[in-house]
Design a protein around this ligand. Structure first.
Ligand code: HEM
Length: 462
């Protein structure tokens, strides 16, 4: 009997949910069918995999489990060019590209830009005043865009980056929905495919403008941008990359950096603000004497935030050769959706997974196949040191200056396609840092994901 037949053949509801809510969809599948579930779809099998063992299989075998981009679009289309980005390429071409990008992302290169990142944070928080109500998500989106524009693209054209960002939002939602609807044999909505191709064309036009701005900007200001843009353009001039490759790579780098960092910044500040004791201890640490040890609360807060609300909800692979998941052989052509969020929320992986508990990392150590926020193996996130620095810098500058209290009774919902972000935002009341930490009562889907402390003011040590 083919292995697939031992698994469910139905549950279209979970698949349909996945189209607009990847967190709800992957958690429904995991709760109903366990760590490996297979669904027949479009002439092949789609597997939903959860847990460290299956994660190890995915990350240890990039040769037989290739990154699967989603719908490629017709030859010559802009949608097709996007498959030339880091999230669509495999094998020797991926190794060539990773080698090109790597020098820009080495930790020492990024480290030199702390003052510049601090300046980005100062620029965003300059208009914040005690008594204002602000949308934390909108502010963190602006901050992430500024950091991405300055560090990765050399501060070429922020107004243009904003237009790219808007066009990206539309393309990303459409790409996730139409690609998976097609795979699952579900309705992608009226003219879904045409809209996807149209939004790809619009986005590609703006990205070409961004590339032209980078070319004109003879000396991008930062070393990261200088290395990144210059190396891509030099490879284009030397003929090892085509124009389509450069477009695809800039598309994927913008996506990889901006959307993940926006989500991580927003959720981390939200979580800190809703946990008074942690907020107080973090403030003490940041304003106290520097700590050199590896148990810094700041690191653990970031790690725990990326565990409980990981920006990418899943990664997707297509088998090119038979692959083993436990006692199941996954046949070539099958698609594997590895749930990062689901792995992080499985009680077998983490005790009390819905608790935001940075202290758990004092005991846990590295957890190579259990903490998956940055992926793993040969496809592990190249931008992880940079992203961590973005987050650290923001926390170091915002926490001592302001207390951000979620507006009481706000509805905190999620929008989860490839990335998990608040929807529509996170309304906060800005206060000068007065240490009056409290948990605000909130409603919405956040309660499915995080067990927040009971509302009210906590007694925290001064
Ligand atoms: C908190 C922020 C971030 C998170 C959570 C994150 C997460 C991830 C994950 C899960 C992957 C693996 C995807 C897969 O295996 O299919 C990945 C890959 C990647 N990320 Fe990040 N990322 C973040 C920030 C960044 C930043 C700032 C950059 C800078 C451009 C970046 C660049 C990349 C690149 C280039 C890859 C592809 C690596 C390859 O395939 O060789 N990421 N990221």
């Amino acid at each position: 009997m083919p292995a697939d037949l031992r698994f469910p053949t139905g549950d279209r509801a979970a698949l349909a949910r996945f189209l607009d809510d990847s967190v709800g969809g992957t958690m429904d599948v995991w709760r109903a069918h366990g760590d490996l579930a297979a669904f027949p779809a479009d002439g092949r099998t789609v597997y939903f995999a959860t847990g460290p063992e299956h994660a190890r299989e995915v990350f240890a075998h990039p040769d037989r489990l290739h990154l699967s981009f989603g719908l490629p679009g017709p030859r010559g289309s802009d949608q097709r060019a996007f498959t030339r980005g880091v999230f669509g390429i495999n094998g020797p071409h991926h190794q060539h590209v990773r080698g090109l990008l790597l020098p820009a992302f080495r930790k020492p290169v990024a480290e030199g830009h702390r003052p510049e990142l601090a300046a980005c944070v100062q620029e965003i928080i300059a208009p914040w005043r005690a008594g204002q109500t602000r949308d934390l998500y909108a502010d963190m989106k602006a901050l992430s865009l500024l950091m991405t524009d300055r560090l990765l693209f050399g501060g070429g054209d922020l107004a243009l980056s904003k237009r790219v960002d808007e066009a990206f939002d539309t393309w990303l939602a459409q790409h996730h929905r139409v690609s998976f609807a097609t795979l699952f044999d579900l309705d992608p909505g009226p003219n879904g495919y045409e809209h996807l191709l149209g939004s790809a064309e619009h986005l590609a036009g703006l990205l070409r403008e961004l590339i032209a701005a980078c070319r004109r900007n003879a000396g991008p200001e930062t070393a990261v941008a200088r290395l990144l843009v210059a190396r891509l353009l030099a490879a284009r001039a030397a003929g090892t990359l085509t124009d389509q490759d450069v477009l695809g790579l800039v598309h994927s780098l913008f996506n990889a950096s901006h959307h993940t960092v926006t989500a991580a910044l927003s959720w981390t500040l939200f979580l800190v603000g809703q946990h008074p004791e942690i907020n107080a201890a973090l403030l003490d640490e940041i304003t106290g004497p520097p700590r050199a040890d590896h148990a810094r609360l700041l690191d653990r807060v970031i790690r725990e935030s990326l565990r409980i609300l990981p920006p990418p909800v899943y990664v997707c692979r297509q088998a090119t050769e038979p692959a083993r998941f436990g006692d199941t052989t996954v046949a070539p052509g099958s698609v594997v959706v590895l749930g990062l969020y689901a792995t992080h929320h499985a009680p077998a992986t983490y005790a009390a997974p819905e608790r935001f508990d940075p202290a758990r990392w004092l005991a846990l150590g590295a957890c190579p196949n259990a903490h998956l926020a940055f992926g793993g193996g040969a496809r592990m996130c190249l931008g992880a040191p940079l992203a961590t620095m973005f987050l650290e810098t923001a926390l170091r500058h915002i926490v001592p200056r302001f207390r951000l209290a979620v507006v009481p009774n706000s509805r905190i919902d999620r929008r989860a396609t490839l990335t998990l972000r608040p929807d529509p935002g996170i309304p906060v009341l800005v206060r000068d840092q007065d240490r009056a930490f409290s948990t605000s009562p909130v409603t919405g889907a956040i309660h499915e994901m995080v067990a927040l402390p009971a509302p009210g003011t906590a007694r925290v040590a001064a």
